[in-house]
Design a protein around this ligand. Structure first.
Ligand SMILES: [Fe+2]
Ligand SMILES: [Fe+2]
Length: 335
């Protein structure tokens, strides 16, 4: 086949070429600069101190703390989520500033996940995959984590599928609820945690999540002004999906979406109580409800400006648009 070099090449659709640099989007570029300035190193946290503290903890306390970190890792296993968004976004030719920001979020989320792993490594190395339960309760702890991860795998498949169904802006604004909740939860935990280096770690994570939340604001301002009513309704639905998906760690195991063993909740609350007493800083149910109410109000105020309605959240006594049962097709948000 002969190529006509006299005319410009015709680029394939949905491809990362050609490249355009646009530096006019000052808000997004400012946030990108801030992301680089606020980077931190999870390796240089005081892990030696945690190992010292661990030697004075009971096995059940160590297990409960590892359980919580392993559960958190489900949501903070988000580097691939954003890496995928980077690929898909570039193929759709999103702004260069968004590409830069998504790259930074990918790096942040990788660090959050490593933080989960490092914490576990200091307490019960190999948990949960190489953990040898010593009794029925310990076996159930391990099982709770594995089933949570199994639901994570359902989420991952649904997430990849979602790119064939939803426009990019709807997909990314769905992260808003997750980031808002994460900001509140980690800020609270940084104040309540007693074991070094967790207060510092939570403070740093909260700082990252605050930037992620700010990013969803920029995206929304850009996207929602042009959004049709139908797309706005999708955002409403995604806000509800965000609550359902993250409730496992930030509230209580929800009924929608999650497929969990029957006694999951009993084991879960027992472990949370042990981890809290040991000094991890896990919020109580009342504190979690308060944090969610604040997050919902914040998100509601933000999206309300663009005519997006909030979903009903009966669990928190919040009225709004009724969103029928959330399934894996609807679940997108991550930390
Ligand atoms: Fe995040
Ligand atoms: Fe995160």
């Amino acid at each position: 086949m002969s190529t006509n070099f006299d005319s410009d090449p015709v680029f394939p659709e949905r491809n990362i070429y050609p490249i355009r640099w646009d530096f006019t989007d000052s808000l997004a570029w400012k946030l990108y600069t801030r992301s680089k300035r606020e980077q931190w190193d999870e390796e240089s946290l005081n892990w030696e101190r945690l190992k010292e503290v661990a030697s004075g903890l009971e096995r059940k306390q160590k297990l409960a703390i590892c359980y919580w970190w392993a559960l958190l890792s489900t949501f903070d296993n988000a580097a691939p989520v954003f890496a995928y968004a980077l690929v898909k976004g570039q193929e759709m030719h999103i702004n260069k500033s968004y590409e830069a920001l998504i790259t930074m979020v990918t790096c942040d989320e990788c660090r959050h996940n490593l933080l989960c792993g490092r914490s576990i490594q200091c307490l019960l190395p190999g948990f949960p995959l190489d953990f040898k339960p010593q009794n029925d309760f310990e076996e159930k702890v391990r099982r709770n984590v594995l089933w949570t991860w199994y639901n994570g795998s359902r989420y991952w498949n649904a997430y990849k599928e979602a790119y064939n169904k939803y426009p990019f802006d709807v997909l990314l604004t769905s992260f808003m609820m997750g980031e808002a909740a994460a900001t509140t939860v980690f800020t609270e935990m940084s104040k309540n945690a007693k074991i070094e280096p967790f207060p510092e770690a939570f403070r740093n994570v909260a700082k990252d999540e605050t930037r992620h939340y700010a990013f969803t604001h920029i995206l929304m301002q850009d996207g929602l002004e042009k959004m049709s009513e139908e797309r706005k309704w999708l955002v409403t639905k995604q806000i509800r999906a965000g609550f359902v998906f993250l409730s496992l760690i930030t509230y209580k195991p929800p009924k929608d979406f999650w497929r969990l063993p029957q006694d999951f909740e009993r084991i879960h609350f027992e472990l949370e109580a042990v981890a809290r007493d040991a000094g991890l800083g896990v919020p109580t149910l009342e504190e979690k409800e308060k944090a969610w109410r604040e997050a919902v109000l914040r998100v509601g105020a933000a999206v309300g400006k663009y005519g997006v309605k909030m979903p009903e959240i009966p669990e928190l006594g919040i009225s709004g648009e009724e969103v029928s049962e959330v399934s894996e097709q609807d679940v997108i948000p991550v930390f």
